[in-house]
Design a protein around this ligand. Structure first.
Ligand code: C5P
Length: 231
């Protein structure tokens, strides 16, 4: 088995009771829990603390994207949560100055991660936002490099972007990878996806897995099976 359990389960629900029950059920099989905007906007600090009480490190996935001062101050407010999240994130497209201000504000109190290009965007979707979709790889790598230069600890990226990031950037730069689907699972709204094993082989540090675990008839068994597939 890998030394650190790389599975980060995404507790995407607005209901505290459901999130806590899920957290409790899957915690023997995961290394981290992700709280995102669906849960945090509905339940705030109290909801966060109810999940964090389960004792598994928390990735607070709020994807901040604003001017440098606002993002830096926002992160400082979030750092007052107890226990503090292990990981928080900002959008790389907020630019170098924003990422640097964010990192300068939080220092080493939390791992700060940059979101590159969302795994729900196909090449056509990327093209409609005005970017050259033929250069998605190049664009992702450019955002990741900017994040590294700004002092961030790593990036969120698609499994399909891992090869270029691992070839070009230092190995200690963390990669947190959503868009993970066991072979028999539905892809839902995700487009640039891979299996847990393929993503780990390509160099992922953490696998963000939501519906493949949380919508399974037995979430604990689903998490255990994914962990087993990594051995
Ligand atoms: O259910 P599924 O495994 O697709 O959930 C993926 C999770 O990862 C969601 O919580 C989503 O917000 C998050 N995420 C993502 N793509 C990113 C960043 C985060 O899917 N680029």
């Amino acid at each position: 088995m890998t030394k650190i359990n790389p599975i980060c389960v995404a507790l995407d629900t607005p209901e505290v009771g459901k999130a806590v029950a899920l957290a409790h059920a899957v915690k023997p099989h995961v290394g981290m829990m992700k709280i995102g905007m669906e849960f945090f906007y509905a339940n705030g600090v109290a909801g966060y603390e109810a999940v964090a009480c389960e004792g598994v490190p928390i990735f607070l996935d709020l994807k901040l994207h604003d001017i440098p001062t606002t993002v830096a101050q926002g992160l400082l407010s979030l750092l007052k949560l107890s226990p503090a999240p292990a990981i928080m994130n900002v959008h790389c497209s907020g630019g170098f100055d924003m990422m640097k201000a964010a990192k300068d504000a939080v220092g080493d109190r939390v791992k700060l991660i940059g979101v590159t290009i969302l795994t729900s965007l196909s090449n056509e979707n990327i093209w409609t936002t005005g970017f050259d979709a033929r250069k998605t790889d190049e664009h992702t790598l450019n955002l990741a490099r900017l994040a590294l230069e700004a002092g961030l600890d790593g990036v969120v990226c698609s499994p399909l972007d891992l090869a270029s990031i691992r070839t070009s950037l230092p190995r200690k730069f963390l990669t947190i990878v959503p868009g993970i689907r066991p072979t028999d699972a539905s892809s839902h709204d995700q487009k640039r996806i891979a299996t847990p094993r393929a993503a780990m082989a390509a160099g992922a540090n953490f696998l963000v897995i939501g519906r493949a675990i949380t919508s399974a008839p037995d979430p604990a068994a689903a998490a255990a099976a994914i962990l087993e597939s990594l051995q």
